[in-house]
Design a protein around this ligand. Sequence first.
Ligand code: GLN
Length: 425
Amino acid sequence: MSDAYNAFLSDIEIPSSAAGPLAGIRVAVKDNISTKNIPTTCASKMLLGYIPPYDAHAVELLKAAGATIAGKTNMDEFGMGTTTENSAFGPTLNPRDTTRVTGGSSGGSAAVVAAGIVRMALGSDTGGSIRCPASYCGIVGLKPTYGRVSRYGLIAYANSFEQIGPMAANVTDVARLFSVIAGGDHRDSTSVDKPYDFTELHASVEGKIIGIPKEYFGEGIDTNIAKIIETSIDKFEELGAVTLEVSLPSLQYALSAYYITCTCEASSNLGRFDGVRYGPKPEMTNLWHDAYTKIRETGFGPEVRRRILLGTFALSTGYYGKYYVKAQHAKQLIRHDFRRVLTDCDLLAGPTMPGIAPKIGELVDDPLRMYQTDILTIPANIAGIPAISLPCGTFHGMPVGLQLMGKIFGEEVLLNAALAFEEMT
Ligand code: GLN
């Protein structure tokens, strides 16, 4: 099964004898999350043969909770992509239709859950990488509030945006896994000690105000998807919630602000892959400069190289103010917009992705079009707020995801509303 979908990069089965909330449950782990004594490659040739000497904080917690680590899952190289086609190991196929992509970058994690190979998986979400594949594969995926889960041991791509988060076939399992990984950790100074209490999970959305950002139904969104989402939102009204149209005008800057910031952060974070600190040992036959160039030319795939170039350019003298600083201002505007609407509303709802899973090969040679498909997921990462994708219907036989976003540290309200929706549908 795992061969069929190429979703597992390594099948390991580390059973745990411990009792705990995840005792006997098999959990797959995205391959950018460090696992002690188990290869961790970020789906990059650069890290072939790398075996971390330590576990990520989230993995330590999984083991302590009694989970079995079932294997490491395929992804876009270093998390850079929206389809899992940018993997040095080739794409993961969507179990719902193997001619289509799984979404990305946590595509392997979504596929092994959707195919029923494991019950739960960990993903990471920098600009949508948990929610996009959850939407395309018809499962549930949660991007927690920035800081609620420690990033210790998560190999950094754009660390001001990313979070590790749970993926599973239903809301209850997502909440169960989230309760294990949430909480503070002194090794990640951006983490906050806010555990999540699983016993608080109950289906309820009555009396909650759900904002519907009109930008989430605008240009570029497939009208068939928009209709399915509107029908789903009506269900919340039947459950006793109140809906309210809201507007987030600064969202027009979200894609540019995200792609400038994430490439800048990537160009800095990926500096350590130089053949000395990390990466294959250089052949020192020539100048150091040549050896370094060769390692980075052959170790990184084309998308990673593109982003390092873009980020390095945007941070260079003369352009820094024009690009990086501007992007930070745009991020502030976006955060401010979300803060404003989330004062009036408890939750926001809209589609997760503008369409269904594309065919394999459809977007991979058109990076700009691929970037555009992130338009509805990126805003939650910029705002730092929690967001979940839930299956809510199908179009052309493929799953459609409903996205709910909550207030900072509002996972309790978010998960309760998600469960109410899931139980009703
Ligand atoms: N598609 C986005 C990107 O390529 C988000 C990826 C992610 O969340 N890791 O940056």
